[in-house]
Design a protein around this ligand. Structure first.
Ligand code: BT5
Length: 232
């Protein structure tokens, strides 16, 4: 993949910026900002984005938007962390965790068949806000020193390109890797939906990206996007 990188000092959200230019920009356009003034998670949640982290969004044109694109980002993050000696796992559907804490989040947005924007927030050298100290961590914390952001970005794009190709050509292999990296499988989890909470054992990630749960002896399929999962 040919990457074309747009570096910004500050922006509201790299996903918002990328969506604005996606229609007229080629696949592989990357928007990176030093700071986001209103970084976003799913469902309007906010994403803390002080200077020192890697906040970026990539314009992709795979033909249709598919929630499994989030796994392309998550697998690439797991690989980058591996390059820096950090062991991590995917917390379905869109987080990467290290040692019980969230180090990265993925946000996929898009417009039908036109484009997809794959946003990745990865805590690198940035401070973790006080209210997230119990639940979030950074690469610097695990490596014991600050890391060159440019190098982290370069490795991330390298892995993203690789996993994106696997997604396009062999989605079955992508999903096999996701299963291997998903650390909640076999564990009891709490699934928090908008109006309900269910507790069950996570059995599998299915080929369409949904999570298969066993709840009181019955199988339940949980679709990506509507839930957050808490290990218990
Ligand atoms: C996510 O949402 O995890 C997706 C985050 C995507 C962020 C990237 S940064 C570049 C691009 N531009 C954007 O505006 N967004 C993308 P969700 O699963 O909804 O998780 C959000 C929750 O994570 C928040 O409610 C906090 O609890 C927690 N959180 C916020 N900031 C965090 C941080 N820096 N590190 C770890 N956890 C954080």
């Amino acid at each position: 993949m040919e990457w074309k990188i747009i570096h910004l000092e500050e922006v509201d959200s790299t996903n918002e910026y990328a969506k604005k230019i996606a229609g007229t920009s080629p696949e592989g356009t990357v928007v990176v900002a030093k700071r986001q003034s209103s970084g976003r998670g799913r469902k309007g949640r906010s994403w803390a984005s002080p200077e020192g982290g890697l906040w970026m969004s990539v314009v992709l044109k795979p033909g249709k938007i598919d929630p499994r694109l989030a796994f392309v980002g998550a697998l690439a993050v797991v690989d980058v962390l591996g390059d820096f000696g950090i062991n991590s796992g995917i917390k379905w559907p869109n987080d990467v965790w290290v040692g019980g804490r969230k180090i990265a989040g993925i946000l996929v947005e898009g417009r039908g068949s036109e484009y997809a924007v794959l946003g990745i927030g990865l805590n690198v050298n940035n401070p973790i806000p006080e209210e997230l100290k119990e639940s979030a961590t950074s690469m610097m914390h695990h490596v014991g020193r600050g890391l060159p952001l440019e190098k982290v970005l370069e490795r991330l794009l390298f892995h993203l390109g690789g996993w994106y190709r696997v997604y396009l050509e062999r989605p079955d292999l992508l999903m096999a890797k996701v299963r291997e990296r998903t650390f909640i499988l076999g564990k009891t989890v709490r699934v928090v939906e908008e109006h309900s909470v269910i507790t069950g054992r996570a059995l599998d990630v299915l080929d369409d990206g949904s999570l298969l749960l066993e709840v009181g002896g019955e199988l339940r399929r949980v679709i990506y996007g509507d839930v957050s999962i808490r290990p218990i």
